[in-house]
Design a protein around this ligand. Structure first.
Ligand SMILES: *Cc1c(COP(=O)(O)O)cnc(C)c1O
Length: 373
């Protein structure tokens, strides 16, 4: 009986590869019998959530019997003031993952195409595949640098969305202002360029292209941001896109009415204004970045300079084996094999003591694994 139903599963779902999330700390503790485990695998903010966000949640607990504000009015209004754009240009999602799905559900008909960088965040392809769309992958160049001419060449009459991730996950590389300007000038005006800026708040490079500036100038750009990274609310799931209000009004049609819960909304508003938490998070990341760079250099390992809170590093050994070896030492990182980079790992920048412990474990594991060969 079940067979007859299975044959009606939409064809595109057979092509779907499930997302493999970073391994949770509790799993590693249980499976390996370890107490002291550190997770540097999911680009979470190691500082922890803003105390102001925590207080806002406490205060909101008595309202749990009410539906959340489906229009997300206060959050949108605070974001609008913060970023200098009008409220009707915001669409808030249950994480920016959900926003990616909304964008594909709005624009991708079966057989139509999205263009994405490679390696990059896997959710673009996932969302397009669900809609039976095709994904055209454009390899990044030497050093995982963007060359936007390659993206312009990949555009066809079937292209609906170009997803640019800047700074890019998992490489940490970014798009320069002058390059984005040239690219937007020459591509057809009926293509939506989505710039995923999940790590925007960590960027230090002065020539980084802010998508918002180009959206304000009238280009067909949709900017995506999230509260999961610098704002440290990954568990609550709040992300958003900023786009022309006409586009937002269509994307809004595929959104469930209560997709962002009340605790997430109040916490996001509080985190947005917690300057102390933001400054501390940036400082910890910036100092941790330098400590890890130094550690990699002294181990003779090549790393890619990053504008984010993670670093891609070539360990020279099999990254799957390295992942397991580090796991046994209570350190969770991301194996580059997932991104088609079988000797690389992606490590999130942690607290000073976490970075030190990771570097010590890395040194041991790499020398164990290279001795084996
Ligand atoms: C982490 C991440 C996101 C996901 O953000 P959520 O708001 O937690 O869904 C989106 N894009 C990129 C590139 C990311 O690395």
């Amino acid at each position: 009986m079940s067979n007859s139903i299975v044959k009606h599963v939409r064809a595109s779902l057979h092509d779907l590869k499930p997302y493999i999330p970073g391994k949770p700390i509790a799993d590693v503790q249980r499976e390996l019998g370890l107490d002291d485990v550190i997770k540097l695998a999911s680009n979470e903010n190691p500082v922890g959530p803003s105390p102001k966000a925590q207080a806002a949640i406490q205060a909101a607990l008595t309202d749990l019997h009410r539906y959340p504000d489906g229009g997300q009015v206060v959050l949108k209004s605070e974001l609008a003031k913060h970023l200098g754009v009008s409220e009707d240009m915001f669409l808030i999602g249950n994480g920016s993952d959900e926003v990616i799905s909304f964008l594909c559900a709005t624009f991708v008909e079966p057989g139509e195409e999205i263009v994405v960088p490679s390696p990059s965040f896997s959710e673009y392809k996932f969302a397009s595949t669900v809609m039976a769309g095709k994904t055209v992958e454009v390899p990044l160049r030497e050093g995982f640098e963007y060359n936007l001419d390659d993206f312009a060449e990949a555009i066809t009459e079937h292209t609906r969305i170009v997803f640019l991730c800047s700074p890019n996950n998992p490489t940490g590389t970014y798009i320069r202002h002058s390059d984005l300007e040239k690219f937007l000038e020459k591509i057809p005006s009926d293509i939506l360029v989505v710039i995923d800026e999940a790590y925007n708040e960590y960027v230090e490079a002065p020539d980084y292209a802010q998508g918002l500036e180009f959206l304000k100038q009238g280009y067909n750009v949709a900017v995506m941001r999230t509260f999961s990274k610098l704002y440290a609310l990954a568990s609550l799931r709040v992300g958003y896109t900023i786009a022309k209000s006409e586009i937002v009004s269509f994307v809004n049609r595929v959104r469930e009415p209560f997709n962002v819960n009340h605790l997430a909304q109040v916490a996001a508003i509080a985190a947005l204004h917690d300057e102390e938490h933001i400054a501390l998070s940036r400082r910890v990341n910036s100092e941790g970045k330098q400590a890890l760079y130094k550690g990699f250099s002294s181990l003779g390992l090549r790393y890619i300079p990053t504008e984010t809170n993670f670093i891609l590093v070539d360990t020279g050994v099999n990254s799957k084996e390295l992942f397991q070896s580090l796991l046994k030492k209570g350190v969770i990182i991301r194996d580059g094999g997932f991104f088609g980079l079988p000797t690389w790992i992606r490590v999130s920048i942690g607290l000073p003591e976490e970075n030190e412990r990771f570097l010590a474990a890395l040194k041991e594991s790499v020398s164990e694994l290279s001795a084996k060969v």
